[in-house]
Design a protein around this ligand. Structure first.
Ligand code: SAM
Length: 246
């Protein structure tokens, strides 16, 4: 099959994304470890450290959009020593099903719940959450500006927006290595482990098309967020963007 992700219309893009994650849901966590060499754990930890969820005080509710199998939510709840409550919202029932099973195994079913919903049209009322997180999710959403507007809407005043996403590598030697890794190794691993190189080629293409750090920061400002900043991780392979609804 030819690989036409680049040309597809906005409506079709979501269908393709859904198909990819239905297909990989059961192997998603394993593939993450293999393809990032475990680095995704370090990046996710960095995001949750930056969020620094409180361990006591007023209720702290986090909405973890495109939360998939729960990695970010579990970390937040654990780091807050059980004080924070997290809601994983994802468009894909297969990913959520894996997440629910993991939550039960970790005895976190009481503190983390799983709700199906679209980042572009969240099934929550306005000003409901202290924090909004999205990790490796926003580049899959066809209309990023809508997702950002929704993030702003559901946050309480004083609420925090944090986004972890693949970004633009800004080191000359690293970027050549990274290209080799992305365009050769990742699809090959996808074929070997998941029997599916196309889904992983989609992954690589979607990463390359995502706006670079500065431009994405401006999109977050345009959605109304204040004090927008970002941190690069591993030479810009990933970045965390932060903003506040003031
Ligand atoms: N946040 C998790 C993590 O870091 O491991 C999962 C990230 S996974 C790469 C991307 C997730 O985005 C998938 O679970 C997919 O179903 C979800 N997704 C894609 N489009 C979405 C949308 N429009 N609204 C909500 N979730 C979406």
């Amino acid at each position: 099959a030819s690989f036409g992700f680049r040309e597809v219309a906005v409506e079709a893009k979501q269908d393709l994304v859904d198909e990819v994650f239905h297909k990989v849901a059961r192997r998603y966590d394993l593939m993450n470890d293999l393809m990032s060499g475990g680095l995704h754990r370090v990046w996710k930890d960095a995001m949750v450290v930056w969020l620094n969820p409180p361990r006591s005080g007023a209720p702290y509710r986090v909405l973890d959009v495109a939360g998939g199998t729960g990695d970010i939510s579990f970390r937040i709840v654990e780091r807050s020593r059980g004080h924070a409550r997290a809601t994983v919202c994802d468009i894909n029932g297969s990913m959520l099903a894996v997440g629910r099973e993991r939550a039960e195994k970790r005895r976190l079913a009481e503190t983390v719940d799983f709700i199906e919903g679209n980042a572009e049209d969240l099934p929550f009322g306005g000003t409901s959450f202290e924090a909004y997180t999205i990790a490796f999710g926003i580049r899959n959403v066809p209309r990023i500006d809508r997702a950002l507007a929704e993030a702003y809407r559901v946050l309480k005043p004083g609420g925090r927006f944090l986004c972890l996403e693949f970004s633009t590598v800004d080191m000359p030697a690293l970027d050549r290595l990274y290209d080799l890794y992305s365009f050769r190794a990742i699809p090959a691993m996808g074929r070997l482990v998941a029997g599916d190189s196309e889904s992983y080629r989609y992954l690589v293409e979607s990463i390359r098309r995502f706006p670079h750090q500065e431009r994405f920061a401006q999109m977050i400002r345009d959605a109304g967020f204040a004090r927008v900043s970002y941190r690069n991780l591993s030479g810009g392979i990933a970045a965390i963007h932060s903003g506040w609804k003031l």
